[in-house]
Write a new protein. Structure first.
Length: 346
């Protein structure tokens, strides 16, 4: 939820970035509130990284303007912008100790040595790496390097933090751990943060709002819950999680307009044995029968692909004690609430 009492810390005003005749970003307008965590999400080539590079000052817009704190920075080089940046590669100085890596931004700002030492000590305590002051980056694990990169970006108290695929180099378990770390640091420091990622789970976990981009333009901006539950377009529904698009007879009770399609999330569909006598459908519930064509066991979940006529529906079911499991070839009944069906633009 955006706090209406807070002003916009970052603004893109009708920004276009071209490389020759190719427009990597087109007519981008976006405002990020003070203290907000906004993630720009999209596939390769969507324009998300170009957008971040313009915000960081490594690229300039072809047309339009970018403001930080109400001041135009479209023509201000990166080193003159007061912001912290964390790259996927971390970009730590390999020949400098952890302490020197952290103190470097403070030296560039003319902070006195006594205060630098105090800030370094406090920051190492905050990221749980006290005692690592004299180690080189090569002597740290991937997660420890990530913590130092975050600490270095935050140590000078910049008003803006930029994250470029910050967890892309980590394995799954460490990624989940670092998501909690980033979320905690954002809450503690209250810093306006813009993150770029292609990882849907990361975006959903970290963000106050998510900006979904495709082909250089914004498809939708909303809270994680709203984006997942009420996607505006087929692309957003498909990109952010899994989606079933209902065709033919499965849509007869869900009226659509030209240029739209019905969609339901896999976890909203219930799967069970075909009962006799069958329970009739009602105004609130849709029932369909089909055959399991695939079952994948994934620990806490079972994922089924069920053929219903000419359609294939994906169903995700949380594993529970004494729960009936279905196998390939089993006849099954599917039910879902009509209220869980969403109409999205093609």
């Amino acid at each position: 939820m955006i706090d209406g009492s807070k002003s916009s810390q970052i603004e893109f005003r009708d920004v276009t970035k071209k490389y020759g005749e190719f427009a990597a970003v087109r007519n981008l307008s976006l405002a990020v509130n003070e203290g907000e965590f906004v993630t720009i999400l999209g596939p390769s080539g969507s324009g998300k990284t170009t957008t971040l590079m313009m915000l960081a000052g490594f690229e300039g817009p072809t047309t339009g303007d970018i403001l930080i704190g109400g001041r135009s920075v479209a023509n201000v080089p990166s080193y003159r912008r007061d912001q912290g940046i964390v790259f996927q590669s971390y970009a730590l100085f390999p020949h400098l100790s952890v302490a020197r890596n952290l103190s470097f931004p403070l030296e560039m700002r003319g902070v006195k040595s006594t205060e630098r030492a105090q800030r370094v000590e406090r920051m190492l305590e905050r990221v749980h790496l006290r005692g690592y002051e004299d180690r080189l980056p090569s002597q740290l694990s991937g997660g420890q390097q990530q913590r130092i990169a975050l600490a270095r970006a935050l140590i000078a108290d910049p008003p803006v933090l930029l994250l470029d695929e910050p967890l892309g180099a980590l394995d799954r378990n460490l990624r989940e751990q670092m998501q909690g770390e980033i979320k905690g640091l954002h809450k503690e420091f209250g810093i306006t943060t813009v993150c770029v990622t292609h990882d849907q789970e990361e975006a959903l976990t970290l963000s106050d709002r998510i900006v979904v981009m495709e082909r250089g333009t914004i498809e939708q901006i909303d809270s994680p819950e709203a984006l997942y539950d009420r996607p505006a377009t087929r692309f957003v529904a498909n990109f952010l999680g899994e989606a079933n698009f209902l065709e033919h007879e499965l849509t007869r009770h869900a009226p659509t307009e030209p240029g739209t399609v019905s969609m339901i999330r896999p976890e909203r569909i219930k799967i069970g044995a075909i009962l006799s006598p069958r329970s009739p459908a009602d105004e609130e519930t849709h029932c369909a029968e089909g055959t399991v064509s695939e079952m994948v066991y994934a620990g806490p979940l079972r994922k089924y692909v069920v053929r219903v006529g000419d359609d294939k529906l994906t169903v995700r079911q949380h594993v529970a004690t004494n729960q009936q499991a279905f196998q390939t070839g089993d006849a099954v009944a599917l039910t879902w609430l009509r209220s869980d069906v969403r109409i999205v633009q093609l």
